[in-house]
Design a protein around this ligand. Structure first.
Ligand code: SF4
Length: 285
């Protein structure tokens, strides 16, 4: 049984960078706390937990001897200032793609222009970006919400890094239709999610069964499952190698493997190892 991997899978650049920054702080002997869960993967959080990393959700939980890590989503500048005042050290693991959105929003606000950000207003990334353009930023989920905005002043339109391109462009058109002022449009969607989906689709076309490794509640992993199912009926979303049922692999010559953006390499390697073992067992039968 041949095992093939997707061209793009697993940790995106920003998540990998954040985990490496946590590892570095641990190696330096620091007491590490992440402000909110670092990633949405239970197994990786448990692994980091064993190394002493704890998640805190409130500023009051910080002790003065602790290192606090800002996760890839970023935080509003006011929150960052409070973290810096309370913790011994702050490690800023905000993804550079998110920092770019924050800077663009801050620049437009400094010019007294409005900023329309297309995204989910409850998402931590959006809460952070809004903080960079106080009284100037509006978060809209899609084009339909643009109608609720007040009169816009020379608006800048940007996007949450993980939204669908179509949602962004529809919202841009709605903003343009709503104002006579000049509209500046900067597409700040990160390609990591789309690249993983494109690669998963290609993989599913070539394989007779596909395993997607990721949290059952991780939205990007579930999307990968949906994409794979379109091309390959035998597509399974698993969190660990223990969930692989050898029965599903009987008669399969080519099995594909991909993983969500929060799935660490060590979990992926365990799945590949298990698939190799099953393949060898099936050959002997
Ligand atoms: S999905 Fe993109 S923007 Fe978000 S953390 Fe990963 S690389 Fe950064």
């Amino acid at each position: 049984m041949e095992i093939i991997l997707a061209e793009e899978y697993g940790f995106c650049f920003g998540v990998e960078r954040a985990v490496e920054m946590v590892e570095k702080a641990l190696t330096d002997g620091e007491t590490v706390r992440t402000f909110g869960p670092l990633i949405h993967n239970q197994q990786e959080m448990e692994r980091l937990g064993k190394e002493g990393v704890k998640t805190i959700n409130e500023l009051q939980e910080i002790a003065p001897n602790e290192t606090v890590v800002i996760r890839a989503h970023g935080v509003p500048p006011q929150v960052e200032a409070e973290l810096r005042a309370k913790a011994l050290k702050v490690v800023d693991a905000t993804c550079p793609f998110v920092t770019r959105v924050q800077r663009l929003a801050a620049r437009a606000a400094a010019q007294d222009r409005h900023v329309v950000v297309v995204g989910n207003p409850e998402h931590p990334e959006m809460i952070g970006v809004k903080g960079y353009a106080p009284n100037h930023a509006f978060i809209v989920r899609d084009a339909s919400e643009v109608a609720n905005l007040p009169k816009l002043k020379k608006p800048l339109v940007v996007s949450q890094t993980t939204i669908k391109a179509q949602t962004f462009f529809e919202a841009v058109e709605a903003v343009k239709a709503r104002t006579d002022d000049e509209v500046e449009v900067i597409n700040t969607i990160c390609s990591a999610t789309r690249d993983r989906q494109d690669a998963a689709r290609e993989l599913a076309e070539k394989a007779e069964a596909v395993y997607i490794i990721g949290g059952k509640h991780s939205s990007n992993s579930r999307k990968l499952l949906a994409v794979c199912k379109e091309k390959c009926e035998k597509s399974f979303l698993i969190e660990t190698e223990e969930e692989i049922n050898p029965e599903d692999l009987k008669g399969i010559k080519r099995v594909g493997v991909t993983a969500g953006a929060s799935t660490p390499n060590w979990l992926i390697e365990k799945v590949i190892q298990r698939l190799k073992e099953i393949g060898e067992q099936l050959e002997k039968q």
